[in-house]
Design a protein around this ligand. Structure first.
Ligand SMILES: COc1cc(/C=C/C(=O)SCCNC(=O)CCNC(=O)[C@H](O)C(C)(C)COP(=O)(O)OP(=O)(O)OC[C@H]2O[C@@H](n3cnc4c(N)ncnc43)[C@H](O)[C@@H]2OP(=O)(O)O)ccc1O
Ligand SMILES: O=C(O)CCC(=O)C(=O)O
Ligand SMILES: [Fe+2]
Length: 358
């Protein structure tokens, strides 16, 4: 694969044009060999992660799914979703080759020349469901995040085959197909605990009616201690299934102001509860804040599948959860309005869910 040739920064009126408008991304900046971090990326001190806030002895649960139909596996899944909102799964049934192929495909896409990737930017993309971008919400952010991404909203195999970038579409689709059984099993286990006995058509739409997959690329950063890869946020999904490479850098909120590292485990997948499931379970399952640090010596990738309600679903606490007289903590909201609210602002920890609070 030919290395990326970025448009020279001197030809751009400023860094934001170079990175955001011209589609070079932070990868383009990183490859110019900058010695210091551009000021646009300097995060306020309180948003940077410092060693003193990390709990090195803590870790999120690791669940072996080889005997997934055993009661104790279901219980570990539900306990982890209630207590931690985050866990890793091993022996989950998604073939290792499928995971390796999607990681290779991610590198292949980001190694394309900027003019190829730019074809999928918000302005140029052939479809709203395919978007190449950088940071999170550059127009709304006071400080940018050190990350590029390709975001693919799954509509159908036909649409994906026609419109997704050919550098990665086959491997991404294979990963989506391969992860379907484990997603189904996780949701079945989680539903049983909250009295939802069967995932009928309505529940299927609310729990897994739509999927979005992001390919995240965090290039080497000249001053990683001054910025973030992704700022503090919770996902707006029902569940997120995250594949990370072997570099590390994902941190999950512990008690108070502490952070817990999610170490890469070869072949594992990281699972986290998103806001939609917190809302539908009336707070029983928790979406936990997480963030990604920037890295000074290695390029990192991750590939989250966001399993979501359909955009036109109304989401709120399930009747089964409230049947015993529990008070509803959240109102009914149109899911696409919830997601629009999320994208309209910079990452801001757990604040998005206030949009749905009664
Ligand atoms: C990028 O860094 C990220 C991303 C994330 C992402 C997490 C998730 O995606 S979780 C699952 C999200 N759920 C869905 O996608 C549900 C289905 N989608 C929809 O309902 C709609 O597509 C919509 C998201 C509501 C947008 O609809 P619409 O208003 O018709 O479309 P736009 O005008 O294109 O977008 C509105 C607004 O949102 C921004 N935006 C849209 N899609 C994305 C995207 N994939 N990534 C980033 N931003 C997006 C878009 O820029 C628009 O804002 P403007 O100000 O430009 O108008 C988690 C963590 C990360 O760090
Ligand atoms: O890169 C990671 O490990 C986490 C990514 C993430 O939190 C996201 O894309 O929402
Ligand atoms: Fe996330």
């Amino acid at each position: 694969m030919a290395p990326t040739v970025a448009t020279p920064i001197s030809e751009s009126s400023n860094i934001t044009d170079f990175v955001v408008t011209n589609g070079n991304g932070v990868k383009g900046l990183s490859e110019m060999g900058l010695k210091t971090l551009p000021k646009q990326y300097i995060q306020p001190v309180e948003e940077r992660i410092t060693v003193s806030n990390i709990l090195p002895q803590e870790s999120i649960p690791i669940i072996d799914m080889s005997n997934w139909d055993e009661q104790k596996v279901s219980e570990s899944i539900c306990d982890a979703a209630e207590k931690w909102g985050f866990f890793q799964i091993i022996n989950h049934g998604v073939p290792i080759e499928v995971l390796e192929n999607v990681k290779d495909a991610t590198h292949r896409f980001f190694n394309l020349p900027a003019e190829e990737k730019r074809k999928f930017s918000k302005e140029n993309s052939p479809s709203n469901s395919v978007r190449f971008g950088t940071s999170f919400s550059p127009d709304a952010e006071k400080a940018l995040e050190w990350k590029d991404y390709l975001s693919l909203f799954y509509v159908s195999e036909d649409e994906a085959s026609a419109l997704w970038p050919s550098a990665c579409k086959d491997q991404v689709l294979e990963y989506m197909r391969g992860s379907k059984p484990v997603i189904q099993r996780l949701l079945e286990a989680l539903m049983k605990r909250i009295n939802v006995k069967e995932i009928d058509e309505t529940k299927e739409s609310l729990l897994m009616g739509s999927k979005r997959i992001n390919l995240n690329y965090y290039p080497i950063c000249p001053n990683p201690e001054l910025t973030v890869g992704i700022g503090r946020h919770s996902d707006v999904s029902t569940l997120t299934i995250l594949l990370q490479d072997d570099i590390g850098g994902l941190y999950v909120r512990g008690n108070n102001d502490s952070w817990i590292h999610v170490p890469p485990i070869s072949g594992s997948l990281v699972i986290n509860v998103g806001d939609a499931l917190q809302i539908m379970s009336n707070g029983r399952y928790k979406s936990i804040e997480h963030r990604v640090v920037a890295n000074g010596s290695k390029n990192r990738i991750s590939v989250p599948i966001f399993v979501n309600p359909r955009p036109d679903d109304m989401i709120g606490p399930f009747p089964e959860v409230l049947a015993g007289g529990e008070k509803a903590l959240y109102k009914q909201v149109l899911y696409s309005n919830y997601v629009r609210h999320f994208f309209k602002k910079a990452h801001d920890g757990k604040k998005t869910i206030e949009f749905a609070k009664i």
